[in-house]
Design a protein around this ligand. Structure first.
Ligand code: MG
Length: 166
């Protein structure tokens, strides 16, 4: 039986953005060479956005739009790794550490496998966590739906937040 102070918290997040010519493709804080990028008010990094929402979900503190409204010009082209870092401070302020996170990216192209480890290390640095607590998986959508037609890239994330043991 967990006491209130040592209760683990889980969270889930999902995001999708449309692919558009003339935009940089940023995933997990990393620029990935591709002829199109994700369209959005910020840099539209779906990996950071899904993970941010998972953390906020674990904290029951709303979602990324609550804290960084797209209507606010301050967040225009914002680096989503910085937004993630700000959100992570809310967990740290509650003395929580990252147990682990597992993220799935759905993209028909480009191939993400060569970039996964660099994304993991950027997220680990951002969250002050060992890289073995961060999993990123990439899959295609077998030609189905907006991701499968190459119109969009989506990501979903779960995370577990823990009170560190002594
Ligand atoms: Mg988003």
């Amino acid at each position: 039986m967990f006491g209130a102070m040592i209760e683990p918290r889980i969270g889930y997040g999902y995001d999708i953005h449309r692919l558009k010519k003339g935009r940089k493709l940023i995933l997990g804080g990393l620029e990935i060479p591709f002829e199109r990028g994700l369209q959005g008010h910020s840099d539209a990094d779906v990996v950071c956005h899904a993970l941010s929402d998972a953390i906020l979900g674990a904290l029951a503190l709303g979602d990324i739009g609550t804290h960084f409204p797209p209507s606010d010009p301050k967040w225009l082209n914002a680096n989503s790794l910085h937004l993630l870092s700000d959100i992570w401070k809310m967990a740290e302020n509650r003395q929580l550490i990252l147990g682990n996170t597992d993220i799935t990216v759905v993209a028909e192209e480009p191939k993400l496998a060569p970039h996964i480890d660099e994304m993991r290390s950027r997220l680990a640095k951002c969250l002050g966590a060992p890289v073995d607590r961060i999993s990123i998986k990439a899959t295609t959508n077998e030609g189905l739906g907006p991701e499968g037609r190459g119109e969009a890239i989506s990501a979903s994330a779960v995370c577990l937040l823990l009170v560190p043991g002594d």
